[in-house]
Design a protein around this ligand. Structure first.
Ligand SMILES: N[C@@H](CCC(=O)N[C@@H](CS)C(=O)NCC(=O)O)C(=O)O
Length: 197
């Protein structure tokens, strides 16, 4: 049985969206988290080792870090075709984009937000402008991040854009069109309804 530990309007909202896309049976447990404005607190009911969300459990197995959860779920529910399976031509790109989100995109965003000067040869990610250009090129070449097929990579990466665009990420016509494309899906609307807490 899948349980998602979730805090509304947070990184776990994307996993609610993914579970809705998959049509997977799951229980949603709302938990408290520390918020950027200083409110909130670690919730003892949340099994995440750092008190964060998303946290997924599956019959006692603990899975955390958004890309790991996405990969776990799309492999576990292959019939939903939300991620290229092992042996598929697009599998490598899919894994790359999931790892890129966590290893490149988020650190580059954080560095930009904190106004940290990029240091080549020291940082394990590229400067923010390169990162954004790479993402913009991908969603201009194809309708979705990996290929012409929507996947969990669009939820993990694209799903962060409605919040980030106009804040840390500058708006562009390409990104706006892409966000509209992916958020017009019924599963997104269902997830938003559950996000209110
Ligand atoms: N790298 C993690 C980040 C998780 C994360 O930082 N989540 C935030 C919510 S958006 C959180 O739980 N913050 C509470 C805290 O830092 O204690 C992932 O992508 O899953």
């Amino acid at each position: 049985m899948l349980t998602l530990y979730h805090a509304p309007r947070s990184r776990s909202s994307r996993i609610v969206w993914l579970l809705e896309e998959l049509g997977a049976p799951y229980t949603l447990k709302y938990v408290n988290i520390r918020r950027g404005d200083g409110s909130g607190a670690v919730d003892p009911a949340n099994p995440h080792p750092h008190g964060k969300v998303p946290t997924l459990t599956d019959d006692g197995a603990l899975i955390f870090e958004s890309p790991a959860i996405a990969l776990y779920l799309t492999d576990r529910f292959p019939d939903a075709k939300m991620g290229p399976p092992v042996g598929d031509h697009d599998r490598g790109a899919y894994l790359t984009w999931l790892a890129w989100y966590t290893g490149v995109f988020e650190p580059a965003l954080t560095a930009k937000f904190l106004k940290v000067q990029h240091v080549y040869g020291t940082f394990g990610w590229a400067p923010f402008d390169d990162v954004l250009a790479y993402l913009s090129a991908a969603i201009t070449k194809n309708p979705y991040i990996v290929s012409d097929r929507f996947s969990a990579a669009d939820i993990i990466i694209g799903g962060s854009l409605p919040f980030l665009m106009g804040r840390v990420v500058p708006e562009s016509d390409e990104l706006k069109a892409y966000v509209t494309r992916i958020t017009e899906r019924p599963a997104y609307a269902r997830a938003r309804a559950k996000d209110s807490g």
